[in-house]
Design a protein around this ligand. Structure first.
Ligand code: ACM
Ligand code: ZN
Length: 802
């Protein structure tokens, strides 16, 4: 059994006693009149509490320490038991648990007590007060007490699990302080795909422990998908007899696994029995984690069709794919009423197992090829007066929502459920960027933010060259930490519909439980602070230092976490006084020195150690890396730094860049930094569907020889060259002259990514103060392209003026 899951089954034994001995329910009237102004950096709690004030002194937990709770509350007893079990398992003293009595006023104790004035408390909020004599946790819900206890656990020394010599009893010191805390968002989620790879229930419970440890409150259990059905449904036994098993091709890359051959045994898989599910649901409830089950429909369901081909459009036969199943043309038939009977039967059993108000119906990535050809689906479109297959999907989801709502529950779906019309009460999970969340909120629907850019923890978190194979992308710890769940486009009223955010862990490239931990845990902790802590408390440097303490705690629990990227980041700023560029380096590793060169030579362990911003007056070629024990940890970062007339000069935007590819923001096009062939390297500024149109103010009229802008083409990622770039000049920023066009001459069909300069050379003696650049976006992806008719990207890194 994994280490932390044993917390639930500890046998410390609650020392119950007769309530009548202690009279009426005791309510503590505790005053928190002090102003919580002072902060401390010696406390390493993650997520950082809303308010915290460090005091002097310590409370020492010893074998004599009592654990006292307000009488007659089962939740409090359960939370107290959780804490006592935790201490015991970690090798600490066995606390004596009992209900609070009048005579305990001065007892050396950890006390869980309801406050006198309950109105001051938010539902999941708590107050924690540590004095040399007592630790007092106050809250108005079991969740609040649980979170107070989680903060108390994080006040124990970070290496609290280190074994003692036999016979010794550990005592632990907790620093005196006062905390007032509550979450920013009500929905704080983590997802796990158990279809692409199956993980035993013991691991799911360990995962829930980790979720709860960081005050996340929702586990989105992705129980069904093409590669395996994972939940026992009594009425449809073939779902697990057939749908839960596939041929074992684990030795081959995910995208290169041949389908099952006739007669080949399906040996990879597994599922949770209904008893398993009940056990996990109860385990999660004790940790104030709600489980939202997901049953995918109408697509990502070829495992259902393998078991019950009569629910398909074509009749099959099918096999459960052992790897990639794309395009996913075989989906549930929308014209067959027995499909809906089946799904309602499944949902009825699912609702019997999961008390969650929300049920997730998937709805993502439905390929409509078969629906277009299926007489039943077409008849349904006609009978219901639907416009097309998108509206047929909407019909499908709305029909399921009606059933779910009739049972007193609510439905969630991926953002495709917006297409063809949103079901009346649906909550949208925004994954293809944030647009789905914005659209839902504007339509008055709730939304949960889980955009691929920041919340997909199956993406790489460090240099792919030195990481285990992942699905792609690059979402570093720092990037997750930078995530703001409320899109800036929303009004305050619309923003109330953003319930929170969730990290998604798809497991195509995650075959083991150790790998789930490696990909998910550190980034989950970053997201936990995003969704729990006040926005103004977010501070990357503070977080990263507190993570060092969390890493020690995770070591205690033998969690296979990732320490993040060892890449050096480069940023620039302009010093107008000295008319020079200042170059700064940073990394996700605060304790590891950065070694660098400026002349293009590879750094060695003898190179200069970075100690603060470096001034650069001319061109340079930067190479910088992190060295641990004399060895380079990740490939060094290299960057030509170009000195030119527009460096550091203000840029006015006429067409806005996309929030998805901002590079360093409004200074990005004059920061001297160039992009690489990787469009996600953070140096490229992207414009989706619109032109790049900017005016640079050089500060004073000066001679201009040339203007050059580099653009990236990577048509596989829908990034094209501009059709033309127009350069013009002005003395006053109003009237522009010397309007010159540079036309694109390279084919959009070029398959490999490349960088193309668009340069214009002015006549000798040309002068200007303002330089205007307009790069024409080709508009829509061409008809031969996979994104035909959708908006194109254009990507620029720098406007170089000589
Ligand atoms: C998804 O990633 N297909 C929701
Ligand atoms: Zn059909």
């Amino acid at each position: 059994m994994p280490y932390i899951t044993s917390l639930a089954t500890g046998a410390a034994g609650y020392k119950s006693f007769a309530l009548k001995q202690f009279g009426l329910l005791l309510i503590f009237a505790l005053s928190f009149a002090q102003i919580f102004a002072q902060e401390t950096n010696t406390i390493n709690i993650v997520p950082i509490p809303a308010e915290m004030k460090l005091k002097t002194g310590q409370f020492i937990i010893t074998p004599q320490t009592l654990m006292l709770v307000s009488p007659q509350d089962k939740n409090l007893k359960q939370v107290a038991q959780f804490f006592a079990d935790h201490l015991r398992i970690m090798g600490g003293p066995e606390l004596q648990l009992r209900e609070y009595a009048e005579t305990d006023k001065k007892a050396l104790a950890v006390i869980l007590a309801f406050p006198k004035d309950k109105t001051k408390f938010k539902p999941e909020g708590y107050e924690l007060k540590v004095t040399p004599g007592q630790v007092i946790v106050q809250a108005v819900t079991g969740a609040g007490f649980f979170y107070g206890i989680q903060s108390l656990i994080q006040l124990l020394p970070a290496d609290y699990c280190t074994p003692l010599k036999t016979g010794k009893v550990r005592t632990w010191a907790v620093p005196c302080l006062e905390i007032k805390d509550h979450p920013r968002f009500p929905y704080r989620g983590m997802h796990l795909d158990v279809s692409r790879h199956f993980f035993p229930k013991e691991f799911v419970m360990r995962y829930i422990d980790l979720i709860a440890l960081y005050k996340m409150n929702t586990f989105h259990w992705h129980l069904t998908d093409d590669n395996g059905w994972r939940i026992e449904i009594k009425k449809y036994p073939k779902l697990t007899e057939i749908g839960a098993w596939r041929v074992d091709r684990e030795n081959l890359p995910w995208g290169e696994r041949p389908a099952q051959k006739p007669g080949e045994p399906a040996t990879y898989g597994g599922f949770y029995t209904q008893d398993d599910i009940r056990e996990v649901v109860a385990y999660a409830a004790q940790r104030y984690v709600t489980i939202i089950p997901e049953i995918e429909m109408p697509a990502h369901s070829v495992e259902v069709l393998t078991a019950y081909p009569q629910f398909s459009c074509t009749g099959g036969p099918f096999t459960v794919p052992p790897g990639s199943y794309w395009p996913n043309t075989d989906i549930l038939c929308a014209g067959n009423d027995s499909v809906f009977t089946f799904l309602q039967d499944v949902m009825t059993e699912v609702m019997g197992l999961f008390p969650s108000v929300y049920l997730h119906v998937g709805g993502d990535e439905a390929d409509k090829t078969n629906w277009k050809k299926c007489p039943k689906c077409q008849a349904r479109i006609k009978a219901e007066g639907l416009k097309d297959e998108k509206e047929l999907q909407s019909y499908f989801i709305k029909r399921m929502e009606k059933f779910i709502v009739s049972k007193g529950r609510k439905m969630i779906g991926w953002d495709e459920i917006l297409e063809g019309g949103l079901a009346p009460e649906a909550t949208v999970m925004s994954w293809r960027g944030v647009e789905g969340g914005i659209a839902a909120a504007r339509q008055g629907h709730d939304a949960i933010m889980t955009p691929g850019s920041h919340c997909y923890f199956d993406y790489y978190q460090a240099n792919p060259d030195s990481e285990p194979k992942a699905i792609g992308g690059l979402t570093t710890l720092k990037k997750v930490y930078s995530y703001e769940p409320v899109p800036g486009e929303l009004s305050a009223k619309e923003a109330e519909h953003i319930l929170g955010a969730q990290g998604n862990v798809w497991t195509e490239f995650i075959p083991s439980t150790a790998q789930v931990e490696y990909m998910a845990v550190s980034r989950m902790i970053a997201l936990a602070e995003v969704v729990w802590s006040p926005k103004q408390k977010r501070d990357w440097k503070s977080f990263r230092l507190r993570m060092n303490s969390q890493f020690k705690r995770l070591d205690c629990m033998k969690v296979n976490y990732c320490k993040g990227s060892y890449r050096v980041g480069i940023s620039t700023s302009y010093d107008p006084k000295g008319n020079q560029m200042m170059v700064s380096f940073d990394s996700e590793q605060p304790d590891v020195p950065i070694l660098y060169t400026l002349d293009g030579n590879d750094p060695t362990n003898k190179s200069k150690v970075y100690a603060g911003p470096i001034s650069i007056v001319d061109n340079a070629y930067i190479k910088a890396g992190l060295y641990v024990d004399g060895n380079l940890k990740e490939k060094f970062t290299e960057m030509p730094l170009i000195s030119h007339l527009a460096i550091g000069k203000p840029v006015k935007y006429i067409g806005n860049y996309s929030y998805r590819y901002p590079a360093s923001g409004i200074g990005a096009l004059t920061d001297g930094l160039r992009g690489s062939i990787n469009h996600r390297d953070g140096m490229w500024q992207g414009f989706l569907g619109n032109d790049l149109e900017v005016v640079i103010d050089l500060g004073k009229e000066m001679p201009i020889n040339s203007v050059q802008t580099n653009f990236l083409q990577n048509q596989k990622s829908w990034i094209f060259l501009p059709s033309l770039v127009e350069y013009s000049l002005s003395p006053d920023g109003k009237k522009f002259h010397s309007i010159n066009e540079v036309l694109n001459t390279v084919s959009p069909k070029e398959t490999n990514a490349f960088i193309e300069p668009f340069t214009f050379q002015f006549n000798q003696g040309t002068t200007a103060r303002y330089v205007k650049v307009k790069a024409k976006n080709p508009g829509k992806c061409p008809p031969w392209h996979e994104g035909a008719g959708e908006d194109c990207w254009i990507f620029a890194d720098e406007i170089v003026v000589y």
